[in-house]
Unconditional design. Structure first.
Length: 235
């Protein structure tokens, strides 16, 4: 067997040195990327100041809905897939009686990226996870609202999954999913639902795994409405 020549040893040594340099450069590049992401996250966290948006939502709930918004913890920003404020254990309650009519495990408030450099807060969508709607407390909240010819200026989309609706301490609907283009339409309808049609004038869908109506139990309920036929379910 031929012994390695000095030329072969030099080539091997050169190759090993080159590989070590490439590995070192890759590690340095990776470290730089990690540091940049960490710095960017800290800058965005400080710049966006989720406390300001949280305070805006609390004030909006009071001025537009006549309700108190309480949270289980301070809101935090998440940056994927869109910029959104994550709220833990949100509750909406009456200003006077203090009864909670809407609660959820969590809520994600999706806002445009322009929020990072603007003082204006435009809400695109709110996603509720496992919300619970108390119809008795909701009726009390609605009755306490002062009469107004103009509905609240609420235009964001509203999504909810695995919602529960209760009345008289009993569950009347479970596994409810909402996909609404405008929460304002639903809120405006809810304030006068007793003298309006059963189906709210909304653009979107409402589904329920189970629904109890007058002692009857319905399963797999789905209501879909469109802008061209407000309040009319589609086939």
């Amino acid at each position: 067997m031929r012994k390695p020549s000095s030329t072969d040893c030099c080539r091997r040594l050169w190759a090993e040195m080159a590989e070590r340099k490439r590995s070192r450069r890759r590690l340095i590049a990776l470290a730089i990327v990690v540091v940049l992401f960490a710095v960017a996250a800290l800058v965005l966290r400080d710049f966006t100041q989720p406390e300001k948006l949280t305070a805006f939502l609390i004030d909006k709930a009071k001025s537009e809905l006549g309700a108190e918004l309480t949270l289980g913890a301070t809101g935090k920003f998440a940056f994927t897939p869109k910029l959104n404020l994550v709220l833990a254990k949100p509750n909406l309650k009456e200003l006077q009686g203090g009864r909670i009519f809407l609660s959820a495990d969590s809520a994600e408030v999706v806002v445009p990226w322009s929020t990072l450099w603007s003082d204006r807060y435009d809400i695109e969508r709110i996603d509720l996870v496992k919300p619970r709607l108390d119809l008795d407390a909701l009726s009390a909240w609605i009755a306490a609202q002062p009469p107004s010819p103009n509905p609240p200026d609420i235009r964001f989309a509203l999504h909810a999954k695995d919602a529960t609706i209760v009345s008289g301490g009993k569950t009347v609907a479970s596994g409810v999913a909402l996909d609404l283009a405008s929460a304002g339409d639903l809120i405006a309808w809810s304030r006068k639902w007793r003298e309006s049609s059963l189906t709210p004038p909304l653009d979107g869908t409402i589904e329920a795994e189970t629904l109890d109506v007058g002692g009857a139990r319905l399963e797999g309920v789905r209501i879909e409405s469109r802008d061209d036929a407000p309040g009319k379910p589609t086939p």
